[in-house]
Unconditional design. Sequence first.
Length: 138
Amino acid sequence: MDRKDFIKNAFALGGLALIPIGIAESCRKQSFTGPANVNFTLDLSNSANSALNTVGGALVANGVIVVRASAGIFDALSATCTHAGCTVGYDSRSGNILCPCHGGTYNVSTGSVISGPPPSPLTKYTATLSGNILTVKS
């Protein structure tokens, strides 16, 4: 390898070494949020929403993850991980909200970060049940 090829290869490898630093830096500077103005209803007699008829059941609708905590009690949180913007899911075994992308874990009732890289909690929304109609609002 001549001097010119050596220098070209050294610069190329040096540039590659900086890529992970740039990726890590971009992760720290951005925080994702869920929908700001939430106002929708779910008819629990509709088969598409049947997961919410059982305690521990969950579904994502309109950017919000809704979990049935107990009889008549529902938790509604942003379904967007605050770390990388991935859609979170409910883990009935642990009772927590989990992000499949980087392992972030959130508390299902408050949205607070339990572990992982998320920089902030999930946005919490109000969920109220009237008959078979569940209303979710900001």
